[in-house]
Structure formats: structure tokens, C-alpha cells
Design a protein around this ligand. Structure first.
Ligand SMILES: Cc1cc2nc3c(=O)[nH]c(=O)nc-3n(C[C@H](O)[C@H](O)[C@H](O)COP(=O)(O)OP(=O)(O)OC[C@H]3O[C@@H](n4cnc5c(N)ncnc54)[C@H](O)[C@@H]3O)c2cc1C
Length: 354
């Protein structure tokens, strides 16, 4: 029984690594030219900077166990010092409030250390990059995935390890029940509408001034800012979530300028010339976001596997991906949780060892 995993983010890679450990037949198809999906980093000098997720938290058992098993290390989010607050007019107050992310953990070397470690445990012959799937078909008890270049990959079952909303845009033959497609399109993709900026500096001048790097702003473009420095040594960094809606932030050069000005208002002249300034707009990335994700999410959605997305194609079309995680949906822990649930469904279909 061969399983085709579509999507090489954390969920798909973790599922592949588990199937590999069990000696099962599988292949991972990833659309982008890199594995990791929403887990993505940029490099400046010796520093690695998370452009997607950065944090995980106590009480998330799977991610803790996985990083231990892979020999990776965590460290505490930097939170010592005062928080800054910027009002609508750009006036800055310091010592205001508390470090909102204190107690969060980060991964030494960035979260791509995790996805790279998983990818290297999947033999090269069982994983493909630059392989966007556009159509899925089931006939005669077999499943077929057609890639954008027209090539076809066959398998017995398919696991969609991607945001359900992205999967809803694929062509299915036979067509899925309307309720299933609707349910998929209705699942908001966690953080897909977000954009993140990371400014890298040679020295942590904010720490030296007694500031944690945490800031809240009503002026923008960044609304929430934190220290994003590596665990040890530099270069050091500040990152912020962009609060400007996707349609108004398409001009990256203008956005970068506005980010730089804001960092000077918040942290002083030392912030004027970062050695690197990275921006990643997830809302503009077609393998993460659709136009429906441009609308802001004000709270964490209730995730899990909707009834209408269960037992499709006689149980041979299975969902993984964090958005179907029952208890931790949306988080990296949820990506692992959803992969484990998909693995159980695969086990129901075939005895272990197949
Ligand atoms: C800015 C931002 C900040 C975040 N912060 C945090 C945080 O601090 N902590 C936390 O726990 N979570 C955070 N998250 C959420 C976290 O990133 C996700 O929970 C997790 O990465 C999801 O992994 P996944 O494998 O389920 O999905 P994805 O990472 O989205 O992987 C899906 C994969 O499918 C691929 N794909 C899509 N379409 C196709 C196709 N047609 N054919 C083939 N492949 C396809 C994609 O390229 C991608 O690699 C954040 C997300 C963002 C964007």
C-alpha cells in the first residue's frame, strides 16, 4: 500500500518520517523549492531568523518529544527589560505593560532545523521538491496525482498535508461532495494573512538600553514586536508582525522604509541601519494563502477534522496539516498531532509493515 503525501511542511514531513521508520511505502510531493512550508528562515552572517513560526510552549508534548529525539535544543524567548508602547501619533512610552511572550520557547538555529532534520530522514528517492499537484483522481481502486508539468504519480491513498483551503482549489475526479469542498474552503489557514519583518543588527542596543525588544504599536506598520536574536551571540534581531492589510502592503520597498522609521521611533537612532531587513508576506504566497485569508482573524479558530472531510474516497483521501489538529490546531504542535491522527487512519486501512 503506497501513500502519497502532498505537502512537505512539518505535518507531511513528520508523517513521512514515521512511515519511513515503519518501513512503509510512501512519497512526499512538495510544491515549493524547499521543504518546511510555513516554517521558513532567513540567514544573515551566523544568524538564522524565523520568518514563519518562532515559538512553541510548555504543555505541547509532541514538539518537546520530537526536538529531544532529533537532538535539537530549545531556549527561552528573550524578555528581560521594559516593553515599549507607541500610540496612534507615534509617541512612545516605555516600561508599559509586561513581556507578552515571556515563557515561550524558541529552537536554537531556527525552526528549519526541525524540518531539515526530518527531511534528511526521508530518503531522496521518496521526496520531491518543485512538485505542485493540481489534480487528484481515483479510479479502479488507485489514486493519481497530476503535477503542474503534467506528470502523474500513482498511489493507493493520498494524504493532503496542506491547508484545507489550499486543497479546496485542486481539481478532484470524481468531484468531492459539495459539503466537503465547502468545509475545506471554510477552514481559515492559521496566520496565512500575516506578514513578518525581521531587522538584523550587529549589536543588541535595545537590551543595552534596558528594553526587552517587546513593543506594541497603534501607529504601525508593525503592531507587535519582539526580540528575534539567536540563542547565543549575534547578529541580533527584532521582528514584528505587520498590521497593515495585505492589499496595502504590496510595495515591499515602501513597507521596509516604514518599518525602519518605526524601529527608530521605538528604539532610537541605533535602529536606523539594520545590516539586513527581511520581509515575508504570507498572504501573497499561493501555497499558504488564498484571497479568503486576507480578512483579519481576531481570535484562534476552533480547528479539528470536520465531519464532511472524513471518509472521502472510501477512506483513501485523508487530511493531515495543522488545521485538522483536534487540540492544538493552528500551531506547530497541531501539525504533529494531525500527522499522528493521519497515521492512525492509514493503520486502519493496512496492517503495520505494509
Ligand atoms: C507568520 C507566522 C507565524 C506563526 N507563528 C507560530 C508560532 O509562533 N508557533 C506555532 O506553533 N505556530 C505558528 N504559526 C503556525 C505554524 O507555522 C503552522 O502551524 C505549521 O507550520 C503548519 O505546518 P503544516 O505542515 O500543517 O502546514 P504548512 O507548513 O502550510 O505545509 C503545507 C505544505 O504543503 C505545500 N503545498 C501546498 N499546496 C501544494 C500543492 N498543490 N502541491 C504540493 N504541495 C503543496 C506547501 O508548499 C507547504 O510546504 C505561524 C505561522 C505563520 C505564517
Amino acid at each position: 500500500m503506497k501513500t502519497l503525501i502532498i505537502g512537505g511542511g512539518l505535518s507531511g514531513l513528520y508523517l513521512a518520517e514515521r512511515l519511513e521508520a515503519q518501513g512503509r511505502a510512501y512519497h512526499v510531493l512538495e510544491a515549493r523549492d524547499r521543504f518546511g512550508g510555513r516554517i521558513m528562515t532567513e540567514r544573515a552572517g551566523q544568524g538564522v531568523f524565523d520568518m514563519g513560526p518562532a515559538w512553541f510552549w510548555p504543555g505541547q508534548p509532541r514538539i518537546a518529544a520530537l526536538i529531544n529525539r532529533l537532538g535539537l535544543r530549545k531556549f527561552d524567548q528573550y524578555a528581560a527589560g521594559d516593553l515599549s508602547f507607541e500610540d496612534e501619533n507615534g509617541r512612545v512610552q516605555r516600561g508599559y505593560g509586561f513581556a507578552s511572550m515571556e515563557g515561550s520557547w524558541r529552537l536554537v538555529g531556527g525552526l528549519t532545523g526541525l524540518t531539515e532534520a526530518l527531511a534528511t530522514r526521508v530518503p531522496e528517492a521518496k521526496r520531491s521538491l518543485n512538485a505542485p499537484v493540481v489534480r487528484l483522481e481515483r479510479s479502479g481502486g488507485r489514486c493519481r496525482a497530476t503535477l503542474q508539468d503534467g506528470s502523474v504519480v500513482e498511489a493507493d491513498r493520498i494524504v493532503l498535508a496542506m491547508p484545507p483551503r489550499i486543497a479546496a482549489g485542486l481539481a478532484f475526479a470524481p468531484a468531492l461532495p459539495a459539503g466537503a469542498t465547502q468545509a475545506m474552503a471554510n477552514v481559515p489557514t492559521w496566520m496565512a494573512g500575516q506578514a513578518k519583518a525581521v531587522a538584523v543588527y550587529d549589536s543588541p542596543f535595545w537590551r543595552e538600553a534596558g528594553l526587552s525588544g517587546d513593543a506594541m504599536s497603534r501607529r504601525g506598520p508593525m503592531v507587535e514586536i519582539h526580540d528575534a536574536s539567536p540563542a547565543e551571540q549575534g547578529p541580533y534581531a527584532l521582528f514584528g508582525f505587520i498590521g497593515v492589510p495585505p492589499a496595502a502592503r504590496a510595495d515591499t520597498d515602501r513597507l521596509k522604509q516604514a518599518v525602519q522609521h518605526q524601529l527608530v521611533r521605538l528604539f532610537g537612532e541605533a535602529a536606523a541601519e539594520p545590516r539586513a531587513l527581511f520581509v515575508k508576506d504570507w498572504a501573497a504566497d499561493p501555497f499558504t494563502a488564498t484571497s479568503a485569508d486576507a480578512a483579519p482573524q481576531y481570535s484562534h479558530p476552533a480547528y479539528g477534522l470536520p465531519k464532511a472531510m472524513q471518509d472521502l474516497w472510501d477512506g483513501n483521501l485523508i487530511f493531515a496539516g495543522t488545521e485538522v489538529g483536534q487540540d492544538f490546531g493552528g500551531y506547530i504542535e497541531g501539525a504533529l498531532e494531525a500527522a499522528e491522527a493521519a497515521l492512525l487512519r492509514l493503520d486502519e486501512e493496512a496492517p503495520a509493515g505494509l
